[in-house]
Design a protein around this ligand. Structure first.
Ligand code: 6PG
Length: 250
């Protein structure tokens, strides 16, 4: 894996603006090179502001939504209009304001009989889009968050999902962090097949986990995010000053 890139922003607002610019730049590069931009979104609260800014971008800075396809790295197993739903957060921050067609947005289904069925259905959705003949889908950009326990997506400390080596999507029981609901999550091999994986991290409560994961000096069982090691792609950290602690930008 190439050495991770790290950009540190003074505060959460600058991180959000920097993240929106980063995403739209990645979109322009992907579309210029391959005619489309496949973006796997993170949930949680950190990205909300960045998604809002991304939807409002105008002119050359704006994403070409007609060539952009949105996916989700994980989801809480709740209805799509539930306040705990990652889809609901993306709809309120991004989809309401960005001119993206509904058939360009691939939500994880949570109105099915079980999280297991949701994971199987979503894996099939991904295979229909990327082709079932590929070993792993190659997203142009995967966005990830970092929990203060070092989880990412819904890959929680000690979970069996950490060791999933074959499935594109799986399910996970509630982690110790809120909300305590079943989860559906994409898997490490899938994330690590991406062309670019970018963490968005904000807040002093993330410092300890960020420093551990950034230096890669803890086991995956303890800080799952260390499992994010893109095989061929670039790993990028966009972090605010509060979360960065003693780590210096590259
Ligand atoms: C989720 C996310 C999760 C999140 C981290 C950080 O479903 O909650 O996928 O991995 O990114 O828990 O969350 P915050 O951004 O809210 O701190």
């Amino acid at each position: 894996m190439a050495h991770p890139e790290l950009t540190i922003y003074d505060d959460p607002e600058k991180l959000a603006a920097g993240a929106a610019e980063f995403i739209s730049r990645s979109a322009a590069e992907s579309i210029a090179a391959r005619g489309r931009f496949t973006l796997c979104l993170t949930g949680g609260s950190t990205p909300r502001k960045a998604y809002t800014l991304l939807a409002r971008q105008q002119g050359d800075a704006a994403v070409d939504w007609s060539r952009t396809f949105l996916f989700f790295g994980d989801e809480r197993f709740v209805p799509p209009n539930d306040d705990r739903s990652n889809y609901n957060m993306v709809r309120e921050s991004l989809l309401k304001n960005a001119p993206i067609a509904a058939d360009h947005v691939f939500a994880i289904p949570t109105q099915v009989s079980s999280p297991q069925q949701a994971a199987e259905q979503y894996a099939n959705t991904l295979k229909s889009f990327f082709g079932s003949d590929v070993a792993w889908p190659e997203f142009d950009l995967v966005l990830l968050g970092l929990g203060d326990d070092g989880h990412t997506a819904s890959l929680f400390p000690g979970a069996t999902a950490l060791h999933e080596a074959d499935r594109w999507a799986t399910c996970s029981p509630p982690g110790v962090l809120p909300p305590p609901v079943d989860r559906v999550t994409l898997t490490f091999p899938l994330f690590n097949a991406a062309r670019q994986v970018t963490f968005l991290v904000s807040g002093a409560n993330k410092t300890e986990a960020f420093v551990d994961v950034y230096h890669g000096r803890v086991p995956i069982e303890a800080r799952p995010a260390v499992g994010i090691r893109p095989a061929h792609g670039q790993l990028v950290w966009l972090v605010d000053q509060a979360a960065s602690g003693p780590v210096k930008a590259t």
